[in-house]
Ligand binder design. Sequence first.
Ligand SMILES: [Zn+2]
Length: 122
Amino acid sequence: MKTEAIGQGRVKKKEVAVGAGALILLLLVAFAFAKKKEYECRYCDATFKTKAELIAHIEAEHPAEIKTIYEIADEVNRELGGSYVAGVLTPPAWWTGSVTEWSRHVQAIAWERYYQQFAPTP
Ligand SMILES: [Zn+2]
């Protein structure tokens, strides 16, 4: 009876040791993953913890490297067949929605392209 109790105690201690080992391994993996997730500037060696910090850095330090949202929106509008003549935005003939809806459509695509400029070098 007594030896059996000791034996069980040993098993429990082993389980705790395995559990702690697994926890340490998990922490190491999480740490490596967190370190890898740093945001690197594609124009210099700077790295940032958040994407927002990276974007602020590129906008402030490398403005010549990126297009403005206005430039991109203009490009998208023209690419899709819209025009912008004398300050008047005109959707392409195939567009069935309103001009406001066209503007929103173009801007949504433009913002997507704008943020692609901050992605790491492909
Ligand atoms: Zn930079």
